[in-house]
Design a protein around this ligand. Sequence first.
Ligand code: R5P
Length: 285
Amino acid sequence: MIIVPGSQSQNLAYEVAKLLNEKYVRVEFKRFPDNEIYVRLLDEINDDKAVIISTQRNQNDAIVESFLLYDALKDEAVEEIILVAPYLAYARQDKKFNPGEAISIRILAKIYSKLFDKVITINPHEEHIKEFFTVPFISLDAVPKLAEYVKDKLDNPIVLGPDQGALRFAKSAAEVLNAEYDYLEKTRITPTEIKIAPKNLDVKDRDVLIVDDIISTGGTVATAAKMMKEQGAKKIIAACVHPVLIGDALNKLYSSGIEEVVGTNTFSSEVSKVSVAEVIANSLK
Ligand code: R5P
């Protein structure tokens, strides 16, 4: 098996290759003057199985890059190609919210299923997207890794999902921390505006861990944190798998009373303190 990086995942791919003791293939990434993407495999390929590790942070570029890497690998007679997209782009448009919309992840899943033999991702927004794939689709959980990271920083915490969808992440973290968990009821008004229904929780003088899959504008987690502070919470840590952190998200989070924000390197950011290399390597073993 060889490990082939996307341009946004070279460190992560190298880490996975080391953990598995497999060959890391060097790739040249370039742009043509008109900005089109160019890839070239720099090492000789003698294996029949390849794993492309390419997070889709810069969505469109990463998607095209994975197609180009596929083409180059097929030319080298690689038979089986697995796509590992730790952050899977377009997964949030997983249904029609309004008439006439494209279901973005459905068409991408169709294309990936034609090319790749398996697709692996980490904590996709909704698990039901699996149905769009006609090849094995594996979704890994990096939340336990986040929980291990914060374990010694929190005293008898309560773990909180800031919305119902995050309940499964709260449960996953609570299992590692041996803690109680709960969730809040969120309504999204616009892509940047949310409302969380009032809910009284037993957080007075207690530490709180807020866990979500994605922190994007920070609105969801900051609103939940403010509510917990108002109810007397002591230390609040926010953890997410994919720290997308658009604009002033971090500022918003710290201003809401959160002491630390931690994310993984599925989406590299200044809070990406936890590596998902082991989670990926274990699934490839
Ligand atoms: C949506 O339900 C996700 O799980 C996150 O809660 C959401 O993406 C967070 O977005 P934002 O940080 O913009 O509130």
